[in-house]
Design a protein around this ligand. Structure first.
Ligand code: GUN
Length: 284
């Protein structure tokens, strides 16, 4: 069997079109949805990410501003700026790009964002809402993965076993919660899990989110399984690759997400979904 590709670029375009439609509906009510992005310091990767977040927003009709501050910015000043954005009714979403400079406490900064504007879904209130099944904002990467599963007809996951490899606060843990909410049976593993292959071989759905190449190889995958690759690594030739041995696993799985062109574009698209959702809630 050769797996079919879940095309993240194509699905993200569909999601962006849905967002653009919702933006127009709000604009018709004289509400301009707005995302405020804060970048502290000059991390090169972060600069690329924030620029694409602004461009993505504007492409769908959302307005977005990027505020840049020097790496030496005192944390108190950042917190004061966040407080001002929290209080500004024209701002619907606030995103502080990570990583922050070492003198800052990223957790304290994220907790300063009003939960109603936490479009990254990183606030404890957002994590708590997800855990107890209340509306909140979902972290964009796992949210995008769920949308990818939906796109291939996997809505209710009752009777299916999902194995998540990786336990980060922004991918693995929320991913597990979202899969549970769709009634999947969920196993969360990590790099220290013994006999990982014995677990992944039972899985109908495998989500690999470790940040290491070849975490999932063909021998670890049940024939017909669906494989979602969250990884973003470089191979020996410097080419972008995921956590999954794509060429091998593709021969075993029924569906697989490519890297690039898989989860990455969906993560970006789901930020737009969260932002329009924040604006709609504020306008309700
Ligand atoms: N740095 C890398 N990915 C992300 C993200 O999704 N959100 C924020 N705020 N920072 C990041």
């Amino acid at each position: 069997m050769t797996a079919q590709l879940i095309d993240g670029n194509a699905l993200a375009a569909t999601v962006r079109a849905e967002v653009a439609h919702r933006v127009q509906a709000l604009q018709a009510r004289d509400v301009q949805p707005h995302l405020s992005i804060i970048l502290v310091g000059d991390n090169p990767a972060s600069q690329v990410y924030v620029r694409s977040k602004v461009a993505d927003s504007q492409q769908t009709g959302l307005s977005a501003t990027l505020e840049r501050y020097p790496a030496e910015l005192p944390q108190a000043e950042l917190l004061a700026r966040i407080a001002a954005l929290n209080a500004d009714p024209a701002v619907h979403g606030i995103l502080v790009q990570l990583p922050l400079p070492p003198h800052m406490d990223a957790h304290a900064v994220i907790e300063a964002i009003a939960p109603a504007k936490d479009v990254d879904g990183f606030h404890v209130a957002s994590a708590g809402a997800l855990m107890v099944g209340q509306p909140g904002f979902r972290p964009c990467t796992p949210y995008g993965c769920m949308r990818m599963l939906q796109s291939i007809g996997l809505h209710d996951l009752r009777g299916r076993h999902a194995v998540v490899i990786g336990r980060s606060n922004i991918v693995g843990k929320p991913m597990a919660m979202m899969l549970l909410a769709q009634n999947a049976t969920v196993t969360v593993c990590h790099s220290g899990t013994s006999d990982l292959a014995a677990l992944t071989r039972q899985a109908d759905i495998v989500v690999a989110a470790v940040g290491k190449r070849n975490v999932l190889t063909a021998d670890m995958v049940k024939p017909g399984a669906v494989v979602i690759d969250v990884g973003m690594n470089r191979d020996d030739a410097g080419k972008l690759c995921g956590d999954v041995d794509f060429a091998g696993v593709r021969q075993v799985a029924s569906w697989i997400t490519p890297v690039p062109g898989g989860v990455g574009p969906m993560t970006r698209a789901m930020l737009l979904v969260n932002t329009i959702e924040a604006a709609e809630r504020a306008a309700a």
